[in-house]
Design a protein around this ligand. Structure first.
Ligand code: PLP
Length: 366
């Protein structure tokens, strides 16, 4: 059986170092906002090329706290419009509505599955104040164009980098293109911890300071509260584990790139639409393909011992949570949600498994 993602194997690659890291925290007697988080924040900011990194409890909180901080700083206010890709994971959009800001959904490009800058520009109104590009599936959005649109209309750019740790283009890494970025360290992400975790990266000192207070009850100094904050912190244990795994992230992303290249060059089934083969701007968080009769294809793969996952079966505008959008129509987004399916890919996939996957996919008939 080829698992979609074998998390035991993913972490077992670094078993000795992870065990040591956990023991170090246990022995220290200090479990929150200590040396490990401080060191990880410094190391991850350096890795991304930003001045600041603030550890938080998860990726959704990272994004939510960025928008919240902009509101506290007077740079955003309720009902301001934020442009988001219609085909993103729901968490991107939840971070906007949690702050009573208004998400404006725009279609992605069918070739890259990423927000289409032409659609972004069309959606701009006098109320537009921010753009939330999502580096979906591990591929970087066209940040050069998005940033130039943002500059032209004076908009804030918040990157959702929850699927793009380490993706790089023109020497700039995910998390360093926009004004701020949210990352998730959910176990299945390319950089994942052993539970929930997340962080914000930014080079804006004022924003970083606001988030540092907001994520810790709204205080910089114990018992002095300047905001009505929340409790959203990265644990010392998770930070210690992430410090181990960060050292191997580039190498592991490279392994995924090699497998993706092998798939793109060897899957030759006309029924399957492959993703574009990216360069270093693609870390292959998942390997998405499109197929017309997806349920039949998925069952065929299951019958042949290959586990797959659909990212995602229902677009945000068709969710019950966003009833107010249920009548909207986004044909490209809907086509993607009807046809997309993610094949297994990971740093622990063996050559044998990759070969077997290619053979099974190539033998698929309708
Ligand atoms: C995982 C993910 C999130 C949310 O991260 P959590 O840590 O699960 O809260 C946000 N956006 C995208 C695109 C994601 O994939």
């Amino acid at each position: 059986m080829i698992k979609f993602l074998d998390l035991y194997k993913v972490n077992n690659l670094h078993r000795v170092e992870i065990d040591e890291a956990i023991k170090r925290v246990l022995d220290s007697g200090w479990y929150l906002l200590g040396k490990e988080v401080e060191a990880f924040e410094k190391e991850f900011a350096e890795f991304c090329g930003t001045k600041y990194c603030i550890g938080v409890a998860n990726g959704l909180d990272a994004l939510t706290l960025i928008f919240r901080a902009y509101k506290e700083l007077g740079k955003l206010k309720e009902n301001d419009e934020v442009i988001v890709p219609a085909n993103t994971y729901i968490a991107s959009i939840l971070s906007v509505t949690a702050n009573n800001l208004k998400p404006i959904l725009v279609e992605p490009d069918l070739k890259t599955y990423l927000i289409d800058p032409k659609e972004v520009e069309k959606a701009i109104t006098t109320k537009t104040k921010a753009i939330l590009p999502v580096h979906l599936y591990g591929r970087l959005c066209d940040m050069e164009t998005i940033n130039s649109i943002a500059k032209k209309y004076n908009l804030i750019v918040v990157e959702d980098s929850a699927q793009a740790h380490g993706a790089i283009r023109n020497d700039i890494k995910a998390g360093a293109f926009g004004n701020a970025s949210g990352f998730s360290f959910y176990p299945g992400k390319n950089l994942g911890c052993l539970g929930d975790g997340g962080c914000v990266t930014t080079s804006d000192e004022e924003l970083a300071n606001a988030i540092k207070a907001l994520h810790n009850y709204g205080s910089h100094k114990k018992y002095h509260n300047i905001y009505k904050g929340v409790n959203s912190r990265l644990d010392e244990i998770q930070a210690a584990v992430l410090r181990v795994k960060l050292k191997y992230l580039d190498k592991e992303n490279q392994k995924r790139r090699e497998i993706a290249k092998y798939f793109c060059e060897n899957i030759k089934n006309p029924l399957i639409t492959l993703p574009l083969l990216g360069d270093k701007d693609e870390i292959w968080h998942v390997f998405p393909v499109r197929v017309k009769n997806r349920d039949i294809f998925q069952k065929y793969l299951t019958d042949n011992d290959i586990q797959t996952i659909i990212h995602y079966p229902i677009p945000p505008h068709k969710q019950q949570a966003y009833k107010e959008w249920n009548n909207l129509s986004f044909p490209i987004t809907e086509q993607i949600h009807n046809e997309i399916i993610s094949l297994p890919i990971s740093q622990v996939m063996t050559n044998e498994e990759a070969k077997q996957l290619v053979r099974v996919v190539n033998e698929y008939k309708e």
